[in-house]
Design a protein around this ligand. Sequence first.
Ligand SMILES: Nc1ncnc2c1ncn2[C@@H]1O[C@H](COP(=O)(O)OP(=O)(O)OP(=O)(O)O)[C@@H](O)[C@H]1O
Length: 369
Amino acid sequence: MSRPGAPVAPHRREGDAGRSGLDARLVVRRGGFELDLHLTAGPGEVVALLGPNGAGKSTALRALAGLVPTAGGHIRVDGRDLRPLPPERRGIGMVFQDYLLFPHLSALENVAFGLRCQGMRKREARRVAAGWLEQVGLAEYASVRPRQLSGGQAQRVALARALAVEPSLLLLDEPLSALDAHTRLEIRSALRRRLEGFEGAAVLVTHDPLDAMVLADRLVVLENGRPVQQGRPADVARHPRTEYVARLVGLNLYRGRAEGTSVRIGGGDDGGGMVLDTVDHLQGEVFLAFEPAAVALYRSRPEGSPRNVWRARVAAVERQGDRVRVRLDGPPLAAAADVTPAAVAELELAPGSAVWASLKATETRVYPA
Ligand SMILES: Nc1ncnc2c1ncn2[C@@H]1O[C@H](COP(=O)(O)OP(=O)(O)OP(=O)(O)O)[C@@H](O)[C@H]1O
């Protein structure tokens, strides 16, 4: 588990001379809530802040933008201290839900606005803005007012507006949340391409693990105002360190104690819980994870090859695409199992049914806690 304040080496891409990216420690107090987050993003790096409701994601973004006062820490972008500066002088590009396009300005004028604020002459600002609208595929919408744009188009104009000022830091708050599923898919890819060409640091807040996985170079998971895990999306997904992250990536996750290839999970002083066979040799405190699809369900105790077997009660049966997710209650083990609709019918699975569950040792992943 990463400590609050633990620095992370910024990841760099070529062509970032003169840029050092974002280095911030954000301390914010709001009523009984406290955010304490060391956040870095190298030039060209996209960092996604992920976390449950109320974890402090928006607070972190707003503190960077200067919209929420910080109680301590620092905010440096390319070596420049932003903390004393008001939002409009921080040189940050923002795509926020409540930071909407100006309704009385055309798409082109919206994009040109920030450039004009930077002192660019009107004709030049319009020329540059037209170039950005073209980049987001909206050249022909230059004279259109925001209310005549679809949600996805408005989102792209907001992105063009944020990028046009060539900010050192780009902040995106749930940039895709207002879009329907189809548009979301399209804009997600478009946004990814745009972000790939962006040389500044970018911080993205999202609820959606898919957005985070597709768009970010690095994930920072926040819970209760503290970072609980960070790393490359694939590493976080493979090795979740909290239940929230495990649920997010759809894995069963337990803490336990390993002795060689046996891991005791659950249970307290009464010696309850269960011992699972694994293949990784480890000693001491560990995490043990497995995919819901690795759990097989039976009406009666399965015979044959060595595997972990336990008795479980079905708590819920949920359809998920072409699979069915079955939630199993403990003791000894609460777990999610993915089965086919045919298996649900054959096993007559319904809340309250008793089943046998099995898991091969080779399907488990064990790593130090
Ligand atoms: N305007 C405010 N005044 C006081 N407290 C606030 C305010 N806005 C948020 N908070 C508190 O700050 C904490 C963090 O909220 P924040 O909105 O940053 O979380 P979040 O991770 O963005 O959540 P969500 O995913 O629901 O948007 C919450 O406990 C919330 O109650």
